[in-house]
Design a protein around this ligand. Structure first.
Ligand code: ADP
Ligand code: MG
Length: 389
């Protein structure tokens, strides 16, 4: 068991006093390489699961309660287990755990009284999906011995975020947290819910840079984009009645409909259709080891998110442009929902340290704050990491 997990087991004993049946579960955060805002449009995405992860220590209690505590914010909550299915969201961090418990119950799986101790090293609210890492690890910690198919695990976690945390996200974050692999990005088809690993070329490194801002607009803009994509589909259906999502139309076909679609809605749709095509091109470039092309596609993705989808912000645009000016950098783009959070940058192997230093200096000079830089190495998906004794 990793040192971190062993320490957390000791902490669980201190907090809850129990020693029997202690188990430790882990679920990773993610960085999305390419395929942004495509998952809720039944499109293609290519994230990697990170080494940064949420750990949850779980032990049964005989108090008949669900008790949870996060070491990240030092807060605790508890409910009688029988009352859990009737709970309403409280609009804070506990929703991500309680929402999972509610969905587990709704799916007909058993809910047992357990004590959970949570600690995550995924930065919270940075766009690396600490929320999915928490949901998936909490689901495993609540289910314990009751195993369910991995796809159902991802779906339960996503529904918790949609229904309880109130975020109309697609399935990417929870999916890659479950299905992540070492040494590979995961190409997910959000229409069929199938995936395949895509091995990354040897000569590259990946970094995420945290802008340390999260603009208020983010949540409402996300909802607006989901709605605008639905509007685009309605307009497209006048010409192509069988199209049910932006996944089912090519950029070329969409372009021909431009005069019939309001400008903003058209540009949202153009981002999604072109982004699906960029994911395919990126995977092809990856497989033939064309790292220059991979970098260029990241930059095109960013420009599309910046100008067509309009979910970037000055800090992210600055970081992308600053990254592109650093020697050895192949490409960069915003990653995650936008309006703050992180950029992801692809560089030649061996350039990471220099990159981290240069981008930090540039951001500090421009905004007077220190960005966090994270090395992004593909890691394996969620699972049990050990038993305490
Ligand atoms: P992201 O998923 O990109 O990190 P979100 O806004 O979707 O950003 O989710 C962040 C929220 O998830 C935090 O504000 C907090 O409420 C919750 N969260 C995630 N991990 C933890 C944790 N370990 N402890 C407590 N809350 C957490
Ligand atoms: Mg999230």
């Amino acid at each position: 068991m990793a040192v971190q997990a062993a320490r957390l087991v000791e902490r669980h004993k201190e907090v809850y006093g129990s020693t029997d049946g202690i188990r430790v579960f882990r679920a990773p955060g993610r960085v999305n390489l390419i395929g942004e805002h495509t998952d809720y449009n039944s499109g293609l995405v290519l994230p990697i699961a990170l080494e940064y992860a949420c750990f949850v220590v779980s032990a049964p209690n005989d108090a008949g309660r669900l008790r949870i505590r996060s070491e990240n914010n030092q807060e605790s909550r508890a409910w009688p287990i029988a009352d859990v299915p009737r709970q309403k969201p409280s609009r804070d961090w506990s929703d991500y755990v309680l929402g999972v418990a509610v969905e587990i119950h709704r799916m007909g799986h058993p809910l047992q009284p357990v004590d959970l101790l949570i600690q995550s090293d995924v930065p919270l609210g940075a766009g690396l999906s600490s929320s999915a890492a928490l949901e998936v690890s909490a689901a495993l910690a609540l289910l314990r011995d009751h195993s369910i198919p991995p796809l159902e695990l991802a779906r339960i976690a996503r529904r918790a975020e949609n229904n309880f945390a109130g975020m109309p996200c697609g399935v990417m974050d929870q999916y890659v947290s479950v299905f992540g692999q070492e040494n590979a990005a995961i190409l997910i088809d959000c229409m069929t819910l199938e995936h395949r690993p895509v091995r990354l070329p040897d000569g590259i490194e990946i970094a995420a840079v945290n802008s340390m801002v999260k603009h208020e607009l983010g949540q409402s803009a996300y909802r607006d984009r989901v709605r605008e994509c639905g509007d685009a589909v309605e307009k497209i259906q006048r010409r192509y009645p069988n199209v049910r999502s932006l996944r089912e139309i090519a950029s070329r076909e969409l372009d021909a409909l431009e005069p019939t679609i309001p400008d903003a809605v058209f540009r949202r749709a153009r981002h999604v259709t072109s982004e699906n095509e960029r994911v395919e091109a990126f995977v092809a470039a990856c497989e033939r080891g064309d790292i220059e092309e991979m970098g260029k596609l990241l930059v095109s993705s960013h420009r599309s998110l910046q100008h067509d989808y309009e979910v970037s912000c000055p800090e992210l645009d600055f970081l992308v442009d600053a990254a592109l000016a650093i020697p050895g950098v192949l490409g960069a783009r915003m990653t995650g929902g936008g309006f703050g959070g992180c950029i992801v940058s692809l560089m030649e192997r061996g350039r990471y340290d220099e990159f981290a230093e240069s981008i930090s200096r540039a951001y500090r000079q421009q905004y007077g704050r220190e960005p966090e830089v994270y090395r992004c190495k593909p890691s394996k998906g969620a699972g049990e990491v050990g038993k305490g004794s």
